[in-house]
Design a protein around this ligand. Structure first.
Ligand SMILES: C[S@@+](CC[C@H](N)C(=O)[O-])C[C@H]1O[C@@H](n2cnc3c(N)ncnc32)[C@H](O)[C@@H]1O
Length: 217
């Protein structure tokens, strides 16, 4: 019998207890595999983005896209999706007449996927998917913005949008509302809900009083 054959080796392995060192190796191996998937597929290009600003990909549902479009209905100008994922919001905005329709996305796989979807829909070259860090793009020309991001980044994003957007701009947030802004309109229920905000109204609103916690800290 060949001692190196799998039939011989496997029973030997299953009889042997793993032990502390073995468990450590399994844990390290699994951790590395998870990290490889995270860094290579889910979050490539995010190395220069601070950890607290990293938002993973989670595509908007059909209902969420429909709610965003309903809030944007009748608005002139283009649409910019910050963190455009596979490009579904940008593509739908283009279909509904928004020009230009632009998505900023850091993950190069998602940028490619979005371009593929645009090509399949017959709109390749008409919509723009740009591999850019949303924190570094200038939004001075954007009249309509959509964001499907995490609650942790929304306070900082409020500041950027208030600084850069034109007075007549509207921002639509999906899944999570902006923490300090006054809502103009709401569409949908539960996780599908989307909130619209007028920039002019936020600029006219009196600054929020600091909370007790922020005075202490
Ligand atoms: C929750 S997903 C939303 C995707 C898309 N907007 C949708 O609704 O289907 C957030 C997206 O933002 C992208 N993202 C996160 N931080 C970014 C950044 N700093 N610059 C560009 N894209 C970013 C992520 O890669 C991810 O695709």
């Amino acid at each position: 019998m060949d001692p190196d054959s799998p039939e011989e080796a496997l029973p030997g392995l299953s009889d042997r207890p793993l032990g502390g060192w073995g468990l450590l190796q399994v844990a390290a191996g699994s951790g590395l595999a998870v990290y490889a998937v995270w860094a290579g597929i889910l979050m490539p290009g995010f190395r220069r983005v601070p950890l607290r600003l990293q938002v993973p990909y989670l595509p908007a549902s059909r209902a969420q896209v429909a709610n965003v479009m309903s809030l944007l209905k009748g608005r002139p100008g283009g649409l910019t999706d910050l963190g455009s994922g596979d490009g579904r919001i940008v593509l739908e905005a283009y279909r509904q007449g928004f020009r230009p329709a632009v998505g900023y996305e850091l993950n190069p796989w998602l940028v490619r996927l979005a371009r593929f979807h645009a090509w399949r829909a017959g709109h390749y070259g008409k919509v723009s998917y740009l591999r850019e860090d949303l924190w570094k793009v200038n939004l001075e020309q954007c009249k309509n913005i959509s964001v499907f991001l995490a609650p942790s980044v929304l306070p900082l994003l409020q500041k950027k949008l208030l600084l850069e957007l034109p007075t007549d701009a509207m921002v639509v947030a999906g899944r999570y509302p902006f923490p300090d802004w006054t809502v103009y309109r709401v569409e949908g229920e539960g996780v599908d809900r989307a909130w619209a905000y007028l920039i002019q109204a936020q600029r006219q609103a009196p600054p929020k009083e600091p909370t007790t916690e922020s005075c202490i800290s």
